[in-house]
Design a protein around this ligand. Structure first.
Ligand SMILES: [Zn+2]
Length: 443
């Protein structure tokens, strides 16, 4: 007798799709029961004709708390995640203050307690004071982030020496190091050459060359230090090419975002501020290179870089395009945009489970997450392939409001979201709030 049984669905796991009932006990998957075998349970979720995916893990999201809660907070951000089928959010450390000490990470975890609608893992940031790292690592953040350009000076690792020193300090810990590739010298040089404030000046400040160089530097430093790295948000053909050629020299993974798989810099002309983020959008050839890398598995993870700003901040007048606050919401639209890639034949349904659940869980050390298999947390999505879904601004829960994906229709609809065996979302409504927990590396 199981506590709960999810019946009639097709289970997606490890590249396969098969009919099975999912038996759940104490928040974990107890068994997958083959059709024809009998199982009894106290409660049943009917998923007849539906697809069962593992709950998605967004490895790159900015929940904006503390300090920036007019943009988002733990409650609104995880509400958006829940409605979108993201059952685990990995929160970035670039709030106010940045999460660079054990005390600040402890404070952040305390603030989140009791307010999360999905599970959240916290990522810390390396400041140039590397002596802060040991105490931070004791709190088991899911990653430590390292920035090589475009950040306040205290967090800037803009030379190979600085990157190498930091990676050396983190090497023995087993903790994944997230690296945002960029090049401060190009940012500074281009800024001096073109002060027009145009879209072209913004593009020139963060070109594919900066990304490609940043990736190469990260990989050679990781190989030298023997550390595990995860390269954040790549989006250029040049970056993909360097990644393909060098990835084998280190223990490394890479992510890209949905927006980079659909939009180009030409879309700035019509969507402007809504799409403004760093790195900038590229050309169609870059989108094609990224899609090819997704198809042949050179890209490991898709994460959203959910980076909300208030609608007022996005619509205000700025002297330069580069001054528009960078980032767009993504948590609630991760699943629909992945389904769009399935509809377009770029990936298959099982790939969603791999790139948005299994791989992030594996890389970031979430040992109970990411698969629909016995022993794993019962985080699962019930997807109805008979009901299309059109993304609407009105349904967005993020404080950022509108999404650039509004109006897109995908062939399947998320019917229910189950978090550790409990139904948290039904038909687009948060049915059971505040059931999220903090997850740590290795747990
Ligand atoms: Zn980000």
């Amino acid at each position: 007798m199981f506590e709960t049984l999810v019946t009639g669905g097709t289970v997606v796991d490890r590249g396969t799709m098969r009919r099975a009932e999912v038996a759940i006990d104490k928040g974990r998957i107890a068994a997958l029961v083959a059709p024809g075998e009998t199982a009894e349970a106290g409660a049943v979720f009917d998923a007849a004709g539906c697809i069962l995916l593992p709950g998605l893990i967004d490895a790159h999201a900015h929940l904006r708390e503390p300090g920036l809660t007019h943009k988002e907070d733990f409650s609104t951000g995880t509400h958006a995640a829940a409605l979108g089928g993201v059952t685990t959010v990995l929160d970035m450390p670039t709030d106010d203050p940045w999460t660079d000490t054990a005390e600040r990470l402890t404070d952040k975890m305390a603030m989140a307690q009791g307010r999360l609608h999905v599970d959240v893992g916290f990522q810390a940031v390396a400041s140039r004071d590397l002596s802060l790292l040991p105490a931070l690592l004791e709190l088991a953040p899911v990653s430590v982030e390292l920035f090589t350009a475009d950040v306040p000076d205290a967090f800037l690792f803009d030379t190979l020496d600085a990157v190498g020193q930091a990676l050396g300090r983190l090497a023995g810990s087993g903790t994944l190091v997230g690296i945002s590739p960029g090049d401060q010298s190009i940012l500074a040089g281009s800024g001096a050459r073109d002060r027009s404030g145009s879209i072209a000046a913004f593009l020139a400040s963060r070109p594919p060359l900066a990304e490609a160089g940043g990736i190469a530097r990260a990989l050679v430093a990781a190989a030298d230090a023997g550390s595990r790295i995860h390269v954040r948000q790549i989006n250029s053909a040049a970056g993909v090419e360097v990644w393909r050629r060098l990835r084998g020299i280190a223990d490394a993974s890479v992510e890209t975002t949905p927006q980079n798989l659909f939009f180009t810099a030409a879309d700035y002309e019509t969507k402007g501020a809504a799409l403004k983020a760093s790195p900038p959008l590229r050309a169609q050839a870059d989108v094609e290179a990224l899609r090819a890398a997704l198809r042949d598995r050179a890209v490991d993870i898709i994460a959203t870089d959910h980076a909300p700003h208030s609608p007022a901040e996005k619509s205000a007048a700025y002297a330069a395009f580069a001054d528009i606050p960078g980032g767009l919401p993504g948590l609630q639209t991760l699943l629909p945009t992945m389904l769009k890639l399935v509809d377009e034949g770029v990936i298959g349904l099982p790939d969603i489970a791999r790139i948005c659940a299994e791989q992030p869980a594996g890389r970031f050390g979430l040992t109970a997450k990411g698969r629909l298999a016995p022993g794993y947390d019962a985080d699962l999505l019930i997807l109805d392939p008979r009901r299309p879904h059109t993304i609407a601004n009105a349904e967005q829960a993020s404080r950022a409001g509108p999404t650039p994906f509004a109006g897109w229709t995908v062939s399947s609809r998320l019917a229910r979201v189950i978090l550790r065996g409990r139904e948290i979302v039904r038909d687009g409504v948060l049915a059971a709030p505040r059931l999220g927990q903090i997850v740590r590396r290795g747990a």
